[in-house]
Design a protein around this ligand. Structure first.
Ligand code: AKB
Length: 318
């Protein structure tokens, strides 16, 4: 069997995707890699230190483990990217190019790379943004994701690299922590609410953004990667949608379970990033091509997180 390599496996998506892929294919077949120490979720299987800018090291790991599939997740997210433009560009672009070129040279079976709703800029349609709406991003992160999509399409057309991609909305989970995104508030808010603390929100109360519960994001990623190649008609990146909400909406959802929860609003530089993005996404091609359908909505996600986050904290400290 060919094995799977995940870069950026200690990140928010990487940790939960590694766990699920190990459930499906067996721990020994899924190699987690990152520049950070493995966290609790991914500590039960093979782990390699990997800086994705180090191409010889990527090749060494591919050979050592007979890697056939890469999930290349290592990236700098939107808010952090605005603070360090060149480092974000280098990691997001050079990292992707090294993975794509190595995949071509080593004739890997398949590659996954995450894009984002950040490819859309202020002139895209705001509601139910279609797959082909104007992509004129105004953030470094968005520019890197848009360029990355074109590189994926190029490597597919020119060299036949079977690279597949999703434009993730904000991802929300309780088992792992986000780092440096504009949608991160929607994870932190649950931590504060359960601890009984006031939440200081860096977005305005009516700023609606597309979001998705992490188990839906993991399911979408694996479904896309398992789909027969002939079902994949989009080789840049697929729109996918879960649900949309504003800080005001998530507050109401949390208050349905924790009525005393308090929030205050102090918008910062991330407000401008959020305002440049769509409010909601039309994901018709993903539904038609490979059967995408989310399971969670805002309320079912809130209920699951509020029930399980304290249990997870106990496991972390045990
Ligand atoms: C971010 O906020 O940067 C990410 C994203 C929407 O891609 N969560």
């Amino acid at each position: 069997m060919q094995n799977i390599l995940i870069t950026g496996a200690c990140g928010q998506l990487g940790s939960e995707l590694t766990t699920e892929l190990r459930n499906i294919y067996g721990s020994d077949h899924v190699i987690a890699s990152d520049i950070s120490e493995p966290n609790l979720l991914i500590a039960d299987g093979p782990f390699e230190y990997l800086d994705v800018l180090d191409r010889p090291r990527i090749e060494e790991i591919i050979e050592k483990y007979n890697i056939g599939i890469i999930y290349h997740l290592a990236a700098v997210l939107s808010a952090t990217a605005e603070k360090n433009i060149s480092q974000a560009w280098k990691l997001n672009m050079d990292g992707l190019l090294k993975v794509l070129d190595t995949s071509k040279e080593k004739k890997l079976d398949r590659v996954f790379w995450p894009s984002s709703i950040a490819v859309f800029g202020p002139d895209a349609k705001k509601e139910r943004t279609p797959q082909s709406s104007a992509c004129n991003p105004t953030t470094v992160y968005g520019i890197s994701k848009l360029a990355g999509e074109q590189w994926c399409s190029y490597f597919y057309r020119k060299f036949g690299v079977d690279v597949r991609s999703l434009r993730y909305p904000g991802l929300i989970g309780y088992k792992s922590h986000p780092g440096g995104g504009t949608t991160d508030y929607a994870v932190d808010i649950y931590h504060k609410a359960i601890k009984g603390e006031v939440f200081d929100c860096f977005l305005k109360k009516d700023t609606a953004l597309p979001m998705m519960y992490m188990s839906d994001a993991v399911k979408a990623t694996i479904n896309l990667m398992q789909a027969p190649a002939e079902r994949i008609t989009i080789r840049t990146s697929y729109n996918i949608s879960g649900f949309s909400f504003s800080p005001k909406d998530i507050t109401a959802s949390i208050r349905s379970m924790i009525p005393e929860f308090e929030i205050q609003y102090n918008p910062d530089h991330r407000q401008a990033i959020a305002e440049s993005w769509p409010h909601s996404i039309d994901d018709s091609p993903a539904r038609t091509d490979w059967g995408w359908k989310p399971e969670y909505n805002l309320q079912s996600m809130t209920e699951e997180i509020i029930k399980n986050l304290p249990v997870f904290w106990n496991m972390e400290t045990a």
